[in-house]
Design a protein around this ligand. Structure first.
Ligand code: NAP
Length: 270
């Protein structure tokens, strides 16, 4: 019990019912955290809560939340304030792939590769990706940092970016730009919050086995592209990202601030 790294810590995870967010929830629950999961759909929320309770005996609150809506984020902040009075660790993992990403996403890929290029990209598709992946992270950071400051908590915030923050992926300009924005948001916020003792860092995963990459992984060309970009020549597991999130959410990383770590199978080795 004493060895648990997040014993009685309150952890908020957006996008917490699926993929990387759910893997973080499992790992944090195993380490003794009390969880708040924020995600779009109540049915997926109920399923995630049931699994976490059954497997870890975890204390889990699910709050249906659209991270793009400030009113939802404020309501989430209030729910956490009323239930726990504070938040210690935040993982901003809610995100979507490029609406027209030819690499394949949870959204049906557009069969015409030309349609995904900036010169043809529908404005609505661009705005949707920026709204969820960048503005959603900013709103999560804003509301949760305020809660930490009000409660006098010297907590941690971890934003999930991507290798796409640094790597231009043709056909996914919106996704790449949103993740580059998350990296810079993390740096600015980190400096702003240092006086309060709150540490903000980011993770830039490579290609990970989650529902987001389901189409990509079922496509030969997609797999070849991923293997060519990834020296370890395999997809990452969501648990490998959760380990990085745990590191950045505990005192093990106490001298990290405003950094982005890339668990990405050796990408960016030069
Ligand atoms: P995922 O399994 O699709 O999980 C994303 C979660 O975010 C889903 O539960 C999704 O809900 C939720 N979500 C989407 N829009 C939302 C909104 N407006 N408000 C609240 N929740 C919302 O994908 P994942 O791979 O775990 O992705 C998690 C994060 O990692 C994302 O930021 C992604 O960009 C990043 N990432 C993933 C990879 C990868 O290879 N998988 C690589 C680098 C970075 P629904 O599915 O129910 O709509």
């Amino acid at each position: 019990m004493a060895d648990k790294k997040m014993l009685n810590k309150i952890a908020l995870i957006t996008g917490g019912t699926s993929g990387i967010g759910f893997a973080c929830a499992c790992r944090f629950a195993a380490e003794g955290a009390k969880l708040v999961l924020a995600d779009l759909f109540a049915d997926k929320g109920a399923e995630a809560v049931a699994k976490l309770e059954a497997e870890y005996g975890a204390d889990v609150l699910f709050v249906p939340t659209d991270v793009t809506l400030e009113a939802d984020m404020q309501a989430l902040g209030e729910a956490i304030r009323n239930t726990y009075g504070r938040v210690d660790a935040v993982i901003a993992a809610a995100g979507i792939a490029s609406g027209n990403n030819p690499a394949g996403t949870t959204v049906e890929p557009n069969p015409d590769p030309e349609a995904n290029m900036v010169i043809n990209k529908p404005l609505a598709s661009w705005q949707k990706v920026l709204d969820v992946n960048l503005t959603g992270v900013m709103l999560t950071n804003k509301v949760m940092a305020r809660l930490m400051i009000d409660a006098g908590v010297q907590g941690t915030i971890v934003n999930i970016a991507s290798v796409a923050a640094r790597r231009p992926l043709p056909g996914a300009a919106d996704y790449c730009v949103s993740k580059a924005g998350v990296e810079m948001l993390t740096k600015v916020l980190s400096v702003e919050l240092m006086p309060y003792g709150i540490r903000v860092n980011a993770i830039g995963p490579g290609f990970i086995e989650t529902p987001m990459t389901a189409n990509l992984r079922s496509d030969n060309e997609g797999n070849m592209m991923v293997m060519a970009m990834t020296p370890m020549a395999r997809y990452g597991r969501a648990e490998e990202i959760a380990s990085t999130a745990l590191f950045l959410s505990t005192a093990e990383s106490s001298y990290f601030g405003g950094q982005i770590l890339f668990p990405a199978g050796g990408m960016f080795t030069g």
